[in-house]
Design a binder for this molecule. Structure first.
Ligand code: C2E
Ligand code: MG
Ligand code: MG
Length: 550
């Protein structure tokens, strides 16, 4: 791909990442905003219902008090009491006394010179099964006094005047309130105050949130008073996505979209960066192989009985041009994925021959080399190995090979390669044993010489970890199949003692005996141990506490 096309591809990926992130976040924002708006409407409805209940309670209190106050009808005392009531009331603006359809006195005007006929009620209903009838007269029918203009609620001969704008004042645009009187006898609700709403009595009494023609309604009814309310809001319904998508300005959605876009771009950028790094890692690694930058560190393998070094594992080490050391766990998988692990393996073999040639020649010492599964099916590897051994006069017994258990389990063709290596005289070790698909039959079929117990198991020795219980099982399997054991990752005396006792003849590898070090350092350690065999354990202690990794 040309670099301009590549750049266009990157930009497209970033834009797509941003767009997808923004779209997802926008949608999530709408849902969130809709839920928030629904919740706000519900809370608003609660407030309105609270006011409706308080109004009904105050009206009923006036009716109860003055229908049986024991005072003479429309006496000065009663009028004074009515005035006191109104003065302290929150919703009742005026109170009048009525008898046989005629109004005789009010708290505002006092005793009327001539009784006034009560206007015809527009609504008459029953607040509860055995309650008195309640009549409601709208404000315009009443002209008692300028300030008595209001809705009349008449009950038991007491007429309370309520502020007709009560619910209009409670409007909180875009939310609106409707007050309804509830007739228990007929199970209907009757419009009384505020905004007209299109809900039927059944819908109101069901008290479920309803959307109608782009407006969301929340009806609520009081459990203690004969009132219901309906709170409505147009914007909320729009948010549900049915209409008016862009009419309202969904702030949360837009904000979330921006965050989502940033998030999406970041993810896309991370993906790009990852692939870019991988590609550049691959390029650097290929270069490193060509210029033979990859070297070996050697980690001692000891006899757990004597702590004498019997071999070493060759571990690949790469310090790149910038001086940064790249761990094998990072670059080996890249070489495997990109199909050039064979080149790494051949380079490691070269290093082992160069570094350890003389030690390996006499056959009393061995080095193990890690292989990847593809090496086992690669004829070039076998040819290279054979040539190298011959050229350096090294017996095959001096070079062992480690193959991870997982790799061999996944690829049946590993078996042929293992058989070929063993037939030539090389020992084959199953590396990282216990982390894969170990089973008795599988071990039997593979015909390895030894297993290397993974560090994950070693460090559970002496602990309560569940994996600790697997260790005796692995040792038992090895014993039955006459396989050798190399224990990886031994860091403490306790771990070494455990395996020495549990599996006579076991070998060990780990920081307790020595970290991976360059060839020269390794050979120095080896000579020291040969010269002072009795102090091997003391030296191991020093290695465990001090030496740095190679
Ligand atoms: P491995 O073959 O299981 O090697 C053992 C790893 O455990 C090494 O890590 C070693 O440094 C580490 N180790 C040894 N003893 C201890 C200990 O006591 N404590 C702790 N914490 N770690 C210990 P390293 O060198 O980073 O190698 C990682 C893996 O990379 C190796 O695991 C092996 O699978 C792979 N590898 C290394 N070199 C090569 C190579 O040349 N070819 C291939 N195919 N794989 C290699
Ligand atoms: Mg290994
Ligand atoms: Mg291992």
């Amino acid at each position: 791909m040309s670099s301009s096309r590549q750049r266009a591809g990157y930009v497209a990926l970033l834009v797509c990442g941003g767009a997808v992130g923004a779209a997802l976040a926008f949608q999530a924002g709408r849902v969130l905003e809709f839920r928030l708006a629904q919740e706000a409407l519900r809370q608003y409805a609660d407030t309105i219902l609270h006011v409706a209940e308080a109004t009904a309670a105050e009206t009923a209190a006036a009716a109860h008090q003055f229908s049986a106050d024991g005072m003479a009808f429309c006496s000065d005392d009663e009028i004074a009491a009515m005035r006191r009531f109104v003065y302290n009331a929150a919703f009742v603006k005026d109170i009048g006394r009525e008898r046989d359809g005629l109004l005789y006195c009010t708290s505002g005007l006092g005793k009327l010179p001539k009784p006034l006929p009560m206007p015809e009620p527009v609504l008459s209903y029953f607040s509860a099964p055995q309650s008195a009838q309640i009549d409601i007269v709208p404000s315009q029918a009443l002209a008692l006094a300028p300030n008595s203009n209001g809705i009349l609620v008449a009950m038991r001969g007491v007429t309370a005047v309520l502020n007709p704008d009560l619910y209009a004042n409670l409007d909180n645009p875009p939310m609106h309130a409707t007050g309804l009187a509830r007739d228990y006898q007929h199970q209907v609700v009757i419009y009384a105050f505020g905004h007209l709403d299109p809900l039927s009595s059944r819908e109101v009494l069901a008290q479920r949130m309803i959307e109608r023609e782009g407006i969301l309604y929340q009806p609520l009814c009081s459990s203690s008073r004969a009132v219901c309310i309906v709170a409505s809001e147009a914007r909320t319904a729009m948010l549900s996505g049915h209409r008016g998508y862009f009419i309202s300005f969904p702030f949360t959605s837009v904000l979330l979209s921006v965050i989502g876009a940033i998030f999406g771009i970041s993810i896309a950028a991370s993906i790009l960066l990852y692939f870019h790094r991988q590609r550049s890692l691959e390029r650097r690694l290929r270069r490193a192989i060509r210029s033979r930058q990859i070297v070996c560190a050697y980690q001692p393998i000891v006899d757990l009985e004597t702590h004498a070094i019997v071999g070493a594992e060759a571990l690949a080490r790469w310090t790149d041009d910038s001086g940064e050391s790249v761990p094998p766990d990072v670059f080996i998988p890249v070489a495997e994925d990109k199909g050039f692990i064979g080149a790494v393996t051949r380079l490691i073999l070269d290093r082992v021959f160069e570094d350890m040639g003389s030690l390996l020649a006499n056959g009393s010492f061995h080095v193990t080399v890690n292989l990847s599964i593809s090496d086992l099916g690669d004829p070039r590897f076998f040819e290279y190995l054979e040539r190298g051994l011959k050229h350096n006069s090294i017996p095959p017994q001096s070079i062992g090979f480690e193959i991870t258990e997982r790799a061999t389990a996944l690829h049946g063709d590993g078996q042929a390669g293992i058989a070929r290596l063993r037939a030539t005289g090389h020992a084959v070790y199953l590396d990282d044993f216990g982390t894969g698909y170990s089973s008795l039959s599988y071990l039997h079929d593979l015909h390895a010489d030894a297993i290397k117990i993974d560090r994950a198991f070693t460090c559970t020795v002496g602990t309560e970890a569940v994996t600790a219980s697997v260790v005796p099982h692995i040792l038992d399997m090895a014993l039955r199949l006459k396989l050798g054991i190399v224990v990886e990752g031994i860091e403490t005396e306790e771990q070494a003692d455990y395996f020495r006792t549990a599996f006579p003849g076991a070998r060990g590898q780990g920081w307790l005996f020595g970290r991976p070090v360059p060839a020269l350092e390794f050979q120095f350690q080896l000579r020291m141990r040969a010269a002072y065999p009795k102090t091997a354990r003391a030296m191991d202690d020093a290695a465990a506490s001090g030496e740095s990794d190679a």
